[in-house]
Design a protein around this ligand. Structure first.
Ligand code: NAP
Length: 469
């Protein structure tokens, strides 16, 4: 079966790809392994020079690369350009900081000298989603390559051209052959690739079911994994919040990327006394968003990435409405061609409704009323996910305390959750495990090696301590 790229704004097939044969996948893994054997011995300066060239290339070719993403998955062009820019930033960030993040760390012991060293692991398989087709890949690849690893990318099947573009960019910027390889294969081919001895470790950004499959296959093969899975982030508004700022940021957070972001605010939990005022402002902000052709620079909401994803979102909305949710805005697909969905705000939400229980991956915002602050925190934690969270209050001391009660990998107070190369990124609970970005991200795909040099102090031999293990 062929792999198709379909423009979700028009429904037209843009390009058709033939999945790679077993021989092609084998050749890619061989090449990556050979590249790793050379690359692991390069200096940080050499690796950083490649990453800097990639950053420069991305900036210089931002418009063309952004257009490819918009055509394949429907995001608005201004956001696609910003995504390419962010990739460049990440490449530069790791070019500058990787050496310090991975420098040997002396540790005082009974040895004449002992230290921790960070060695690359080998070829890392990256299974990636379509929602930020460049950023998700570069977020992983910049630190992994700077640490001395090689990478094989299996991208989401609806963004195959983006996947090939990333491979081309690395090649054109002078990466050794095979250091970054793309393979076009379906998700069903992933387990066998994980089992291949040429793959040292695996990273997945994607849905919970894909996480279960990848973690199982990796567990079976005893390979290290990082999982960045779904989220259903709470956006908590307390009674002393700046409601105007909160409503504006709520609309930005929920509706960016047409609502298809793992760290988008997905459950708006508002304390009773300010719920009506917040909802009114939030609906007004959502109503003001321009929906339309994602190639138009003035449009803020494009098409959803695939028609089947739009239909699934609509199912969640309709089931919730049947259970008593009220439509304050939108509430249905937009008629005509393309996978468009009207920006939607729902009220009267109860915790058994799909829009509360499940991840909504599109432009739908449920507003939930909380009796008080403590109830708001309980509602926030009443989720299988634990990726991010937002808290709006003018009382920062109270916010710091409440942050400790929120079960998530990040809490943004009076701001919008966003990834940043300088800060660790990842989740708890069913949102996955492991971290990307910052010094934590670059240390995921390394062998943390202890080096001990004798003789031991106060001993005639060079043996470490007598007791084994
Ligand atoms: P998805 O369906 O899980 O796909 C993600 C990747 O996994 C694709 O490359 C897909 O390949 C592959 N895949 C699917 N099923 C698989 C399986 N059983 N075994 C191995 N690989 C498999 O997710 P998506 O629809 O692209 O992305 C949306 C999800 O990703 C949401 O849940 C979102 O929250 C999550 N996400 C998380 C983060 C984060 O950082 N935590 C960031 C972005 C998105 P095919 O396309 O060929 O099926």
């Amino acid at each position: 079966m062929s792999i198709e790229s379909i423009n979700p704004a028009t429904g037209e097939i843009i390009e058709t790809f033939t999945p790679y044969t077993t021989e092609q996948v084998n050749a890619a893994l061989d090449e990556a392994q050979q590249a790793f054997r050379q690359w692991r011995s390069t200096t940080f300066a050499e690796r950083g020079a490649l990453m800097t060239r990639v950053a420069t290339y991305l900036r210089a070719n931002k418009a063309e690369l952004a257009r490819v993403a918009t055509l394949e998955m429907g995001k608005v062009i201004a956001e696609a350009e910003a995504e390419v820019e962010k990739c460049a930033w990440n490449c530069e960030f790791y070019a500058e900081h990787a050496e310090a993040f991975l420098a040997d760390e002396p540790v005082a012991t009974n040895a004449a000298s002992s230290y921790i060293a960070y060695r690359p692991l080998g070829v890392v398989l990256a299974v990636m989603p379509w929602n930020f087709p460049y950023w998700q890949v570069i977020r992983f690849a910049a630190p992994a390559l700077m640490a001395g690893n090689a990478a094989v990318l299996k991208h989401a099947s609806n963004v195959s051209r983006c996947a090939l573009e990333i491979e081309r960019v690395f090649k054109e910027c002078g990466a050794p052959a095979g250091l970054f390889r793309t393979i076009l294969v379906p998700g069903s081919a992933v387990a066998d690739i994980i089992a291949d001895p040429r793959i040292a470790a695996v990273t997945l950004t994607g849905s919970e079911p894909a996480g279960v499959s990848v973690a199982s296959a990796s567990g079976h093969a005893l390979k290290k994994t990082v999982l960045e899975l779904g989220g259903s982030d709470a956006f908590i508004v307390l009674d002393d919040a700046d409601l105007d700022a909160a409503a504006q940021m709520a609309a930005r957070s929920r509706f960016q990327n047409c609502g298809q972001s793992c760290i988008a605010a997905k459950r708006f939990i508002v304390v009773e006394s300010v719920a009506d005022a917040f909802t009114e402002k939030f609906v007004a902000a959502a109503k003001a968003l321009r929906v339309g052709d994602p190639l138009d620079h003035d449009v803020q909401i494009g098409a959803m990435a695939r028609a089947d994803l739009r239909d699934e979102l609509d199912r969640q909305v309709r089931a919730s409405v049947q259970m008593g949710a009220q439509v304050a805005l939108g509430g249905a697909p937009i008629e005509g061609k393309g996978a468009f969905y009207a920006p939607t705000v729902l009220t009267g939400i109860t915790t058994d409704m799909p829009v509360f229980r499940e991840e909504t991956f599109g432009p739908v915002a449920p507003v939930i009323r909380a009796r008080d602050t403590q109830h708001a925190i309980e509602l926030a934690n009443d989720s299988t996910f634990g990726l991010g969270g937002n808290l709006w209050t003018r009382n920062i001391d109270r916010a710091r305390q409440l942050a400790g009660q929120i079960e998530s990998g990040n809490v943004f107070i009076n701001g919008m959750t966003a990834s940043d190369p300088r800060l660790p990124f990842g989740g708890v609970k069913h949102s996955g495990y492991g971290r990307e970005l910052s010094q934590f991200g670059i240390r995921e795909f390394v062998n943390i090696q202890t080096v001990w040099i004798g003789p031991a102090a106060g001993s005639a031999t060079a043996e470490p301590q007598a007791a084994a293990e």
